[in-house]
Design a protein. Sequence first.
Length: 147
Amino acid sequence: MMSAQERFRTVVRDRIAPGLRAMGMRGSGRLYSLPSDVCWAQFGIQRATWSDRDAVHFTANLSVVGREDWTRAHEDGPAPRTKPSPNVYSLHPFRFQERIGPVAGRTDHWWQLSADGRDEDLTCDDFLHVVGDFAVPAMLREIRSRA
């Protein structure tokens, strides 16, 4: 039997990534983005540190920051990464950054994927539903507000 980490990698590659791309995102692995000339609109899948061989717990982080705002905020300071990361929390004043749970009206929400796959269908369906119904619209609103 495969470990939960192996199942997670397979599920992200074979089920979640195609679902995210069908929603207009680009990317692979655990980092995706919505196309924008004015913003970095990023979506990151975060695996919990307490995940183990039997189960992986994961959530998603959303981040939208204007490209010019990012550059301007770092003109006089230390050189930033070339672009922000959705999985690194920042106090950037011009940045929308939120976990997927609160965006969907939930508390901080983590999905579970078991090594034996018994929860795979329900987990994938719910995750992609929440992304499509809440995360993508929230990110698109943030992009439009910065255009």
